[in-house]
Design a protein around this ligand. Structure first.
Ligand code: URP
Ligand code: ZN
Ligand code: ZN
Length: 459
């Protein structure tokens, strides 16, 4: 199968030019003006933007959490991602405390193999570190191509590891060329605030927000950076929400540290006033939405290179699932549906409103994730030899986000009625048309597991 994309405006993290792209099999074979190829299919991309396929490195598909499971499985979740231009996701395997990483990997392979439509990889969440785990970490890096290890500084009793385990893990990961990633919030402080609010009968979703003040994230981010420095290990902070946490990383840069930062579309576009609404449970996630001043800090962090990646932390639940916490905010499953609209929201709110450049958009939605997580240049760029993961995007199409039209398995949208300018029209995944004319043309099982290597981004 060959495809010729004609006259698109090709945008990568470094360049921006009009060209044709010729794709044969799974890869990009030629790029240039007036390419002389005859292809099985020709796509006219005149007046459209052509981006590398988006990479969302923070999703939770079919994940058991807080007494239920996130409502998108691999088939539905990766399909919804493709509709929005995200051709690859990195999901989180959760080690069960007391069990092995190997067993956790098997569980997640059973969820994804033969089911994913889009490409995927896994981060391995280490929730129980001991000598056996240390050996397994090395196996994951050297044999399985899983090179990033997620840690939680919160969710005590389920996912959290202590600082001693954290430093030991960092040393093993450092010695074998991997990366430690973190949910950086102070779990003990949060648990005590939750207990206080519950004891006072303060049980509405607003108290989810008030149980996780900015300091809980700023403190943990600084502590994580300090531990990384001590262990001489590179690290990555997931879903950063606030100015205080960003300042902790800014301080770490004075020690010339490699601390990568990811934020998510919701923290750039929504704020904590939503928790006062009757349906505030829709936005109960951890960390919570913050204030407008934090949005400004995050956009600025993107522009100044302190924030390298924009993901989603897609962890959807239906409204019925959210009702588990109808009478007590601490029982609301944490997370929201987001995988589908990451690229369009980032384009519309970022490029469309003059906050970031087109090149920066590509960098933070695709290229940097590919570099940080060891997949570049196979993924994350438009270049000869790269996977033909391409998004043909119409920057002028206006549309309105709604649960009635989205493809995620959630009966509400966090962005109901949100106006967006710019739409993903056609998506190629490894040389096949995945999305066109508002339809998905690939089947469950097309998505491949991508083995990853070492970080190649220098900051
Ligand atoms: O609320 C969230 N973020 N749910 C998913 C789990 C996590 O902490 O990332
Ligand atoms: Zn988290
Ligand atoms: Zn998450």
């Amino acid at each position: 199968m060959s495809i010729l994309i004609k006259n698109g405006r090709v945008v990568t993290a470094e360049s921006d030019y009009i060209a044709d792209i010729y794709v044969e099999g799974e890869s990009i074979v030629a790029i240039g003006k007036d390419l002389p190829y005859k292809a099985d299919k020709t796509i006219n991309a005149r007046n459209k933007l052509v981006f590398p396929g988006g990479i969302d490195p923070h999703v939770h598909l079919d994940m058991p959490f807080m007494g239920t499971s996130s409502s998108d499985d691999y088939e539905n979740g990766t399909r919804a991602a493709l509709f929005g231009g995200t051709t690859m996701v990195i999901d989180f395997i959760l080690q069960t405390q007391g069990d092995t990483l190997k067993n956790a990997l098997k569980t997640w392979q059973a969820k994804s193999e033969g089911k994913a439509i889009g490409d995927y990889s896994y981060h391995m969440a280490v929730t129980d570190f001991n000598k056996k785990t240390a050996k397994e970490v090395i196996h994951m890096i050297e044999k399985e191509g899983i090179t990033s290890f997620k840690t939680f500084m919160a969710y005590k009793g389920a996912l959290m590891i202590d600082d001693g385990q954290m430093v030991q893990l960092m040393k093993v990961v450092r010695d074998h060329g991997g990366l430690v990633t973190v949910h950086a919030t102070n779990g003990d402080m949060i648990d005590s605030l939750i207990a206080k609010h519950r004891a006072e009968g303060k049980l509405s979703p607003l108290y989810h927000y008030l149980s996780q003040p900015e300091v809980t994230e700023a403190e943990a981010s600084a502590r994580f950076a300090d531990m990384l420095d001590y262990a001489s290990c590179p690290g990555y902070i997931v879903h950063m929400t606030c100015e205080g946490a960003l300042n902790a990383v800014r301080n770490a840069t004075t020690r010339n540290q490699k601390v990568f930062v990811e934020t998510c579309t919701q923290y750039l576009t929504l704020d904590a006033s939503l928790y006062k609404r009757k349906d505030g449970a829709k936005w109960v996630m951890s960390p919570p939405l913050r204030e407008k001043k934090d949005q400004v800090a995050l956009w600025s962090g993107i522009n100044h290179g302190l924030v390298q990646v924009v993901g989603t932390d897609h962890c959807p639940f239906t409204w019925k699932q959210k009702q588990m916490g109808k009478k007590d905010f601490s029982k609301i499953p944490n997370g929201h549906p987001a995988i589908e609209h990451r690229m369009e929201l980032l384009f519309s709110e970022g490029v469309g409103k003059g906050r970031i450049s087109l090149n920066k958009f590509v960098e933070v939605s695709s290229t940097n994730a590919a570099k940080i997580f060891g997949m570049y240049p196979r993924k994350g760029t438009i270049a000869i030899g790269a996977d033909a993961d391409l998004v043909i995007f119409n920057p002028r199409t206006r549309h309105v986000l709604s649960h009635k039209t989205h493809h995620m398995n959630a009966d509400y949208s966090s962005y109901e009625g949100f106006k967006v300018k710019g739409k993903t029209e056609t998506v190629l995944l490894r040389g096949q048309v995945a999305i066109d004319k508002n339809k998905c043309h690939l089947e469950a099982g097309y998505g491949q597991f991508v083995k990853r290597g070492k970080t190649s981004l220098t900051i």
